[in-house]
Design a protein around this ligand. Structure first.
Ligand SMILES: [Zn+2]
Length: 448
């Protein structure tokens, strides 16, 4: 007979658990001293105490701060401690640092003070020196990525007062894919290989569901730490822009040539299936532990070859370690016709199915049979053979001095159209050939 009525709770300011916050969510009040609306009000109260120097950026952070879950924050540069340089990338530099006192999390109405999290936590700071994207658009992408598993988590933005460069504050990872593979390749079984591919495909699927494309997927922005494997966002953009401008041709693009799909090298827009082509490059790296086209100059000649159907070669001696279905799938990702490439959704289902059977030790079909044989073949390689192969394929001895695995500005074949014959005959120098002065940057910066 009696209907149980949930008890309404009030905070000292008078907010009730029956109130609604933004996004139509019911307010949450904890007896430990947290009230969602109080936290929101205190963030709003502090809006006038900081500014990024750009009203649009301020607005994005403000909107994010009042949406309590995984919000982006403005972090004053003075709050960073123990700043250490890690690497240089195509757009700037990466540092590690701790945050003085940690990250502001909730207002506590009992203590009448902020509660902080991630105290003593090491963050990665990406200082942007070369501006290739619209920073406000990128912040919107980050917000979308933060609500998604398999995408690197960003905590906020800051500004270096001496350089006036913006800094993105994100999770710090131990490895990028290339570094991880270099250290673990010989011990890497199919379970982990498929697990890595499943995570990357899942990250892509999440982005594609939100109508976003990554546009710059390569081993350098696949980040790993303990059991976590995520994709870092870089040039990411919304597909809706592309549908409106489908006839648009680009003179210049950004990326690393071996991972850029042929249609984009020709000057066409990047689509979701373009990300799948880049994924093919990652599949290649995972089974060969070499980066695609590592022994060649990344120049206009290579772009023409790729557009004519040339793909990275799998060394013959490795072929009995790699199942046929894996190679077929990799070449499907690399198909010249984007519509022939699998979707991210298809990849996720495929890798999930294989992973499930690997963990359950089920060998019930041809795919699993091929994997079992491949694993046995790799295990049966003798130690001395392995050492020999390791030396043969050591990245330092094989990497071409004019290869470049960081994202950089590239002239498309469309953009070079009038000069192609002159470049081919040597009358004009190739604007896509890495300059000598850029070499050290290209060789040193493989992380981020
Ligand atoms: Zn309250």
């Amino acid at each position: 007979m009696s209907q149980e009525i949930e008890k309404i709770v009030y905070c000292p300011v008078g907010h009730s658990s029956n109130d609604f916050s933004s996004y139509n969510c019911r307010n949450i009040i904890y007896s430990s001293g947290n009230c969602f609306l109080c936290t929101q009000e205190h963030f709003i109260h502090e809006f006038k105490t900081w500014s990024s120097g750009n009203a649009k950026i301020d607005k994005i952070i403000q909107v994010s701060q009042i949406n309590a879950y995984k919000n982006l924050q403005w972090i004053p540069y003075d709050n960073f401690q123990n700043i250490e340089h890690i690497a240089d990338g195509g757009y700037g530099s990466v540092y590690s640092a701790k945050l003085k006192g940690g990250m502001k999390q909730n207002w506590n109405f009992i203590k009448q003070d902020w509660e902080y999290c991630l105290i003593d936590h090491k963050f990665a700071l990406k200082e942007i020196k070369v501006f290739r994207y619209n920073i406000t658009e990128f912040l919107e992408m980050i917000k979308a990525g933060n609500s998604t598993e398999f995408i690197a988590m960003y905590y906020g933005i800051s500004k270096n007062p001496s350089t006036q460069n913006y800094i993105f504050v994100m999770e710090l990872f131990d490895y990028d894919l290339h570094k991880f593979l270099t250290e673990t390749f010989w011990d890497l079984g199919w379970k982990l290989k498929i697990d890595i591919l499943f995570s990357i495909a899942s990250g892509l699927e999440c982005l594609h569901e939100k109508n976003l494309e990554h546009c710059d997927l390569h081993g350098g922005n696949i980040l790993l730490c303990d059991a976590e494997i995520v994709i870092d966002l870089d040039l990411c953009k919304l597909e809706s822009d592309l549908i409106l401008n489908s006839d648009k041709k680009n003179n210049k693009i950004n990326g690393s040539i071996p991972y850029i799909p042929p249609e984009v090298l020709r000057g066409n827009e990047f689509t979701k299936r373009g990300d799948i082509y880049s994924f093919g490059g990652i599949m290649y790296e995972i089974v060969t532990f070499q980066r695609p086209f590592a022994d060649q100059a990344h120049d206009t000649y290579l772009m023409i070859d790729i557009c004519n159907g040339v793909r990275p070669k799998v060394p013959d001696f490795m072929l009995n370690w790699i199942p046929e279905w894996y190679l077929d799938l990799m070449y499907r990702c690399w198909n010249d016709d984007p519509s022939e490439r699998p979707t991210a959704d298809e990849l996720v289902h495929l890798f999930f199915d294989v992973l499930d059977k690997l963990y359950e030790n089920i060998v019930d079909d041809n795919v699993m049979q091929q994997l079992k044989i491949a694993d046995e073949n790799q295990e049966n390689t003798s130690k001395s053979q392995k050492q020999e192969l390791f030396e043969l394929f050591s990245h330092s001895s094989k990497l071409h001095p004019q290869s470049c695995y960081i994202s950089r500005s590239i002239h498309t074949l469309y953009g070079l159209h009038d000069f192609l014959e002159e470049i081919k005959s040597g009358k004009s120098s190739d604007p896509n050939l890495l300059l000598k002065s850029d070499e050290s940057t290209a060789l040193n910066a493989n992380t981020y």
